[in-house]
Design a protein around this ligand. Structure first.
Ligand code: GLU
Length: 374
């Protein structure tokens, strides 16, 4: 079945890791960039739409600045990214143009997607580029990204981009051939897992924690990206990005790598954005009645059902809803700050009015702004 889903792919996001386009001490791997470009244009020429998410700015900048070691200080990393990004882009542009394809550079921060207006704007821009047959080349805007607005790694960024452009497939080109039963670099008996139907805790454990200095992620962030993509209704394929010609072959049905099935309970885009793009600022612990009403009866959350308020947040922020045992089951946008909620929690609507003298909203989280996750 997965080969049918793959061959029918119309729009795909391809994530290219740093080690595929750069080499420490030698800078950009121009030959390999050409080879990757050839594969990507072959896919685009088959009437599919390719969006690229690429890493490599920082490593390329390190080389250009002749730094001896990988920088850990943020300003230095950002300086390296600024120097490296333009070189990286120049290499892609040259390579794609030689094959007759146009490209556009897009640099994103998490904040660009956490604001619904900016999210929709990014979607419109990307869709327009795709309509013009231009291949968007996206990276995190490392130069201005600091902790709070950072995606942190490009696997996560690529999963979010797959949602923004409503892709059918996320392809993660890696320096390993897919997900193995154990880390193949440490355990020679490890075998490749060809299909993952659901990303369980066991699968996440198999991804381990191994990572190299140059790659911000490692297998675990790839599996987490696949999990996010699945929730967006997008399937993910992890294949070896070192093998020339592999990507077009796989999209024509040749089995390779690990294929992660999408989750078919696809939420509407706005709810996906609430559930998986926004970062929660706090937790609301609810009593059993409220849990039932939210989970099974399609109700909004009222102050009376709240037992405890954790974290600091403002109206419009997103929060996690959990039961008394801490089991998280939903996420939503609150109408009240954490400060006000601590004051009115557990109170009936009529009491809230008396206590506050005004009540802009009856609901703490309106149903339309609530996503039930389990
Ligand atoms: N944005 C970083 C870069 O271009 C890479 C982040 C990552 O590898 O996940 O260098």
């Amino acid at each position: 079945m997965q080969d049918q889903l793959l061959t029918r792919t119309k729009r795909l996001v391809v994530k290219i890791g740093s080690s595929l386009v750069t080499s420490r001490g030698e800078g950009l791997r121009l030959d390999h960039i050409s080879s990757l470009t050839k594969d990507l244009t072959a896919v685009q020429a088959e009437n599919r739409e390719v969006v690229v998410v690429t890493s490599g700015a920082i490593v390329s900048g390190i080389d250009q600045l002749e730094l001896k070691t990988y920088p850990h200080a943020l300003p230095l990393k950002q300086a390296a990214a600024a120097v490296g990004q333009s070189r990286l882009m120049r290499a892609y542009e040259k390579s794609f143009e030689e094959l007759g394809f146009k490209v556009a550079q897009i640099l994103l921060t998490h904040q660009d997607l956490a604001d619904r207006k900016r999210f929709l704007n990014a979607r419109h821009t990307l869709t327009s580029l795709i309509r013009f047959g231009v291949i968007p080349i996206i990276n995190e805007n490392d130069t201005v990204s600091v902790d709070e607005i950072q995606f942190g790694d490009n696997d996560t960024l690529a999963a979010q981009v797959a949602h923004v452009v409503d892709a059918d497939l996320l392809v993660i080109l890696s320096d390993v051939a897919g997900l193995y039963t154990a880390d193949p670099r440490q355990d020679p008996s490890a075998t490749l897992i060809p299909v993952v139907k659901e990303i369980t805790k066991d699968i996440e454990q198999r991804a381990g924690t191994s990572r190299t200095e140059e790659s911000t992620g490692g297998m675990i962030t790839k599996v987490q990206a696949a999990k996010q993509a699945a929730q967006f209704g997008v399937s993910t394929l992890i294949i070896n990005g070192e093998t020339p010609g592999l990507l077009p072959c796989v999209l024509n049905g040749e089995p390779s790598g690990t294929y992660f099935m999408p989750n078919y309970r696809r939420l509407q885009s706005r709810k996906q954005w609430i559930a998986f793009t926004l970062r929660p600022k706090g937790h609301l612990i609810l009593d059993d009645g409220a849990v039932q009403a939210l989970q099974h009866r399609g109700k909004s959350l009222l102050p009376s059902g709240i037992l405890e308020v954790k974290g600091e947040f403002q109206p419009g922020d997103s929060v996690i809803c959990a039961d008394q045992h801490g089991e998280e089951f939903g996420k939503g946008l609150v109408n009240y700050s954490s400060h006000t909620l601590r004051y009115i929690k557990g109170q009936k609507t009529s009491e809230v009015l008396k206590m506050t003298g005004q009540q802009e909203y009856e609901e703490v989280i309106h149903r339309d702004n609530l996503v039930i996750l389990s």
